[in-house]
Design a protein around this ligand. Structure first.
Ligand SMILES: Cc1cc2nc3c(=O)[nH]c(=O)nc-3n(C[C@H](O)[C@H](O)[C@H](O)COP(=O)(O)OP(=O)(O)OC[C@H]3O[C@@H](n4cnc5c(N)ncnc54)[C@H](O)[C@@H]3O)c2cc1C
Length: 359
């Protein structure tokens, strides 16, 4: 598959070092591929059955929602291009759908994603629900996670990644297996990275018959998120945002409220048969944590978690940054530990370089 300049890693044959990725959700699998492209050897460990993690529940439309941090725009833009590219392969489970985002006021400020999106337009009056004065029409990738996650997994495995079902008790344990660890544990990073700033934001969705529905509808306002996302065979209705509520037990009142809000947006959905429902926890943090941490034993841990309601929307952009940090870390490790002493003595450092003299 070809990737455009904004979505590609520079291939670096010979980096060769082993990286241990913790987490088999959309973040971990996408990082695994980006690391393999850079020449790393990848071992990915996952605690849970991949059908039972937050990534498998996502409506998975590209739309930055319930996520924080200054770098999200860049990550979302790179991921948009990558998802459109993935959609060229029908086996990926990614579709590009056209749809509408409703705005509550005619003069409402434009959502931030409009600065990243290559083509969007204002909705005409006949495209809007009667109680919404404005809206935006645009194309967005939608990933069917039941297809997309196994496809990402196959992509990683076919490039040489080893994937094992194993819980990791601590980052120290990981450090015994690899010099570079990538922490994509989602909410599991609360324990692994002792991060009390990582919160569970519960969300529920319904899956209904799609009928002939082709276009998505988004109508979010503050913490209230209403979305209708038609996929290939079914349609996802969402959503809910319940910070701090950690039970995975669905709440019938919440599900009914979601359905009612979606029917209010699109009355034809009143007839759509409900096929299933799902509830999971978004790993929310004030800011996505994507940074490298050098541990006292020399291990490099690259953290990549806290993507809130936008883990799919940001996956590839984050993975590119993770691969870059891992590559920089590997170069530093090689200089410090791998090179023979003589070579290290010869390695120019800032201190060792002669001062610049004029003339
Ligand atoms: C209802 C709902 C709707 C959503 N809709 C969208 C949407 O439309 N668009 C969008 O972009 N995002 C959406 N999201 C958000 C998205 O699902 C998350 O941001 C994303 O799944 C986070 O992915 P992740 O890989 O970081 O974490 P997860 O998917 O949670 O994966 C974490 C992985 O780490 C593993 N792990 C954890 N601890 C350990 C350990 N100690 N040892 C080994 N493995 C461990 C787990 O087993 C799992 O494999 C939605 C979320 C919900 C709940």
């Amino acid at each position: 598959m070809q990737h455009s300049a904004t979505t590609s890693t520079k291939h670096m044959p010979g980096v060769g070092a082993r990286v241990l990725v913790v987490g088999g959700g959309v973040s971990g699998l996408t990082c695994a591929s980006a690391l393999l492209e850079c020449g790393f050897e990848v071992l990915l460990l996952e605690k849970d059955d991949h059908a039972r993690i937050a990534s498998s529940v996502a409506a998975a439309i590209w739309h930055p929602f319930a996520v924080g941090g200054a770098r999200t725009d860049r990550w979302a833009a790179a991921t948009f291009a990558w998802l459109v590219d993935c959609a060229r392969d029908p086996a990926s489970g990614v579709l590009v759908r056209r749809g509408l985002e409703c705005l509550r006021e005619a003069e409402a400020p434009l959502p931030g994603w409009t600065a990243l999106h290559p083509a969007w337009r204002r909705a005409r009056a006949d495209e809007l629900p009667h109680d919404r004065p404005a809206g935006l029409v645009f194309d967005a990738p939608v990933a069917e996670m039941g297809v997309f996650l196994p496809w990402l997994r196959r992509q990683a495995e076919s490039r040489g990644a080893r994937i094992e079902r194993r819980a990791v008790a601590s980052l120290d344990e990981c450090a015994r297996e690899a010099g570079i660890v990538v922490n994509c544990a989602g909410l599991g990073a609360r324990e692994l990275a002792h991060d009390a700033g990582l919160e569970a934001w519960r969300g529920s969705v319904l899956r209904v018959e799609r009928g002939d529905l082709e276009s998505f509808v988004l109508d979010s306002h503050g913490a209230e998120a209403t979305y209708i996302v038609p996929r290939s065979r079914d349609c996802v209705l969402g959503g809910s945002v319940e910070p701090g509520r950690e039970s995975l037990e669905a709440d019938p009142a919440t599900l009914e409220a979601i359905r009612a809000r979606c029917v209010a947006r699109l009355p034809r959905l009143a007839e759509a048969r409900v096929l299933s429902h799902a509830t999971h926890l978004r790993p929310w943090r004030r800011e996505v944590r994507l940074e490298a941490e050098r541990r006292p034993d020399g291990t490099l841990v690259v953290h990549n978690y806290g993507h809130g309601g936008a883990g799919v929307t940001l996956a590839r952009g984050c993975a590119l940054d993770v691969a870059e940090l891992a590559t920089q870390g590997r170069v530093a490790q090689a200089l410090l530990h791998d090179a023979p002493l003589e070579a290290r003595r010869r390695t120019p450092t800032m201190d060792a370089q002669p001062a610049m003299r004029p003339g």
